[in-house]
Design a protein around this ligand. Structure first.
Ligand code: IPE
Length: 279
């Protein structure tokens, strides 16, 4: 079984201070990984938090606004390598065979921004029993210099290319909230929840919750957004937080003053209560 797991930058860093690791929180997560991970193959991805985002903002590099100044590009990459080193060190302290894989050296974007990650190194590390640890980074893009690559994009790309069985995003939130601030159990389509995710969260340079949901809906495997208290349950195979299912066609049915979205598929049938949208 292959699991792709992202530890969000807001979870493992203190976003109020540049380049500050949330050491206790990171250690707790890694201890959970060391004790609970039952997967044969684990790919770990981490976000940027107060490392990558701080430098990306400072140098005004975004996933679409490229940068050509090598020093500025390196400032972002180098900060992410510093954070990655903390993650790797703590993994080693707890017996996890983690090794870094830097996206800057392994991934590219074409002129439309579409991402390709070379997976040969990652696959070989997995086969040899290691845990590849990737991270949000800068990547070269055709005709744009270099742009920001989020950990979320890495997760969705690798989940497809490695045909992952389990996909998880460990964030600061227990899942995706609806407009009443309840965690939505299952999401099968973006349309019914787009207002809730769009308004409920400030979006950062890499897109926030809305972008996470949209890209995870494209996957062929279910994925989960959850917080650190649910990591052990996720690793034990449970459905935690919000489960994002492969996108389904939903039929909007208006009944008086609400719209019900009805799915034709049984695969991950939506809770109608969660998909009820007042008009
Ligand atoms: C950000 O990655 C990477 C950089 C800014 C270099 P993410 O977008 O995945 O980071 P978090 O999880 O939101 O902090």
């Amino acid at each position: 079984m292959t699991t792709v797991l992202k530890l969000g930058g807001s979870v493992i860093t203190d976003k109020s201070e540049p380049e500050t690791v949330a050491s206790d929180q990171l250690e707790t997560l890694i201890v959970t990984l060391a004790t609970e991970a039952q997967t044969e193959q684990l790919v770990l991805v981490h976000g940027g938090g107060s490392f990558g985002h701080y430098h990306a903002d400072k140098h005004e590099i975004t996933p679409t606004d490229g940068e050509r100044d090598a020093e500025d590009i390196f400032a972002v990459h180098d900060a992410m390598c510093r954070l990655n080193r903390h993650v790797i060190d703590i993994c080693h302290d707890h017996g996890l065979p983690a090794l870094p894989v830097a996206p800057l050296s392994n991934a590219t974007r074409d002129s439309d921004g579409d991402l390709t990650i070379q997976t040969a190194v990652i696959e070989q590390l997995l086969t040899e029993g290691f845990i590849p640890v990737l991270f949000g980074d800068v990547v070269s893009q055709v005709s744009a210099g270099a742009t920001i690559l989020s950990g979320d994009e890495i997760v969705t790309s690798l989940a497809s290319s490695l045909e992952a069985d389990r996909v998880g995003l460990c964030s600061t939130e227990p899942g995706v909230y609806d407009r009443q601030q309840n965690v939505i159990n299952k999401i099968t389509a973006y349309e019914p929840i787009k207002d809730a995710v769009g308004s409920a969260e400030q979006t950062d340079v890499t897109g926030g919750m809305a972008m996470k949901v949209r890209s995870l809906l494209d996957l062929e495997t279910n994925s989960h957004i959850f917080d650190s208290s649910q990591l052990a349950d996720f690793l034990q195979g449970q459905s935690v937080g919000t489960t994002i299912c492969t996108e389904q066609w939903l039929i909007p049915l208006q009944v008086f003053d609400i719209v019900l979205y009805v799915s034709l598929s049984e695969r991950c049938s939506p809770s109608l209560a969660n998909l009820t949208v007042p008009i």
